[in-house]
Design a protein around this ligand. Structure first.
Ligand code: HEM
Length: 418
């Protein structure tokens, strides 16, 4: 397959380079090439073959300053970028601090004593067995919504609402789902996906942050010992420096932002992808009907390998450095394309095949190395639980494509079944 398409791809690349004489045109071409999971996969396949580290004369991530960009597409290089924390730094700090009112949150920090202190403190307030109640709630809510749906469901009523209920009942932020869902989504957009640095996004995100910080502060007095907030308050009183008042706000705000839009989008993307693969969907349904949550999970991770929430993760070069034999100048934005890495034939066998039993280590669905998702365990538990009752249904059909009302996070995804 690769041999057959290589010459065509090389021709396409020549055209791509010719367009490069005009940076504005090239920028539009790149944006279109990266606009959907299918175009991303095709573009990355092309780049892995002919330009695995493609330098571009503009910064693709307009919300954070940088000089130029580099698309990194081979698995070994993607993993290297994400693990070379001293050379390639996270950039989100300034926007994180705007949302917290000044305090850093650990995803915005380079490896440092402050990063280690906060992540250790956050790990210490998680207890074994914490997810039992979350899992029970996810299963219960998903089954109830499907049963009440009468053959129809708007999927985010499960996949956004369940994480919001987790944020309320387990994280400890006492606020309604109707507030938590749009506010977390807007802050997430501002932090990670506001590639054009739209002033309206900033304004809406700051308003969302004000509401959420007020809700966290108001919840501090009553949050119980079963909640992360309640435990953070107790640890702060016992002298844990990560959990002074501002530290509690920043850490609870940070995990709240990370939890809701991501789980919702991942669930919708996985279902959307499975619906394009009837044979895989039928096998997933058989597993779901048999109550095999671990088997269903395999179908979800594989669907997300084709259509992940984050197709790339970006970093900025701290110093002039090298990736293999390619020079990366200081301040260049480096886009480590995890979607591409998960389709690199050097890293996993038959990457174009849909296989629901790949080893977990072949996936990069939510980051890698130091900043790998703090919610990893939650994701692996809650995504299958939220989707089992839906996937068990016969004649599952998409009635309308996922719709975010102009934002890249589904507010609505109408499906029918039965
Ligand atoms: C399917 C759902 C999720 C996806 C796709 C996702 C994606 C990611 C990605 C790509 C990163 C790495 C970012 C980077 O390296 O620049 C990350 C980190 C992080 N995520 Fe998630 N995430 C999900 C769910 C969650 C949940 C449920 C939580 C909260 C419980 C959460 C909290 C975090 C935090 C705090 C970090 C930073 C970790 C660190 O800096 O050490 N995420 N996530």
């Amino acid at each position: 397959m690769t041999d057959r398409i290589a010459p065509a791809l090389a021709g396409g690349m020549g055209l791509f380079r010719a367009l490069g004489s005009n940076p504005a045109v090239l920028q539009s071409v790149v944006r279109v090439a990266l606009s959907t999971p299918t175009t991303q996969r095709d573009t990355f396949a092309l780049l892995r073959l002919v330009a695995p580290k493609l330098a571009l004369p503009f910064n693709l991530i307009g919300c954070y300053p940088a000089k130029g960009s580099m698309l990194v597409t081979r698995a070994a290089d993607v993993r290297a970028v994400l693990s070379r924390e001293a050379d390639f730094t996270v950039v989100y700090g300034p926007r994180m601090r705007e949302l917290t009112g000044g305090r850093d949150f650990f995803l915005g920090m380079q490896d440092s004593p402050h990063y280690r202190r906060d992540t250790a403190a956050m790990r210490a307030i998680v207890k074994p067995g914490d997810l039992d109640a979350v899992l029970a709630m996810a299963r219960r809510e998903a089954a109830a919504a499907i049963n009440a749906g009468n053959g129809a469901i708007d999927l985010p009523t499960i996949t956004a609402r369940v994480p919001a209920m987790m944020v309320r009942d387990y994280f400890g932020i006492n606020a309604p789902a109707e507030q938590l869902i749009p506010d977390a989504t807007m802050m997430f957009l501002f932090l990670f996906s506001d590639l054009e640095a739209n002033p309206k996004v900033r304004e809406a995100a700051l308003a969302a942050a004000a509401r959420t910080n007020a809700a966290i502060a108001a919840s501090m007095a009553t949050a119980g010992a079963e909640t992360l907030l309640g435990r953070a308050v107790a640890a702060g009183r016992a002298g844990e420096p990560a959990f002074d008042h501002e530290g509690i706000l920043a850490n609870i705000l940070g995990i709240m932002i990370g939890a809701i839009p991501t789980l919702n989008k991942a669930a919708c993307l996985a279902v959307e992808e499975l619906l394009t693969r009837p044979a895989a969907l039928a096998r997933a349904r058989t597993a779901a009907r048999a109550g095999k949550e671990a088997s269903v999970a395999g179908y979800l991770w594989e669907a997300l390998r084709f259509s992940p929430v984050n197709p790339f993760i970006y970093r900025r070069a701290v110093v002039d450095t090298m990736i293999g034999d390619t020079r990366v100048p200081a301040d260049m934005m480096v886009l480590a394309a995890n979607l591409s890495a998960m389709h690199d034939g050097d890293a996993l066998p038959d990457p174009d095949d849909f296989r629901a039993n790949r080893p977990w280590g072949q996936y990069i669905l939510w980051g890698d190395a130091l900043h790998r998702c703090w919610g990893d365990h939650i994701n692996r538990t809650i995504l299958p639980a939220m989707l089992m009752p839906l996937l068990a249904q016969k004649r599952l059909k998409q009635e309308a494509a996922p719709d975010g009302g102009g934002l890249p996070f589904p507010k609505s995804y109408k499906l029918s079944f039965g």
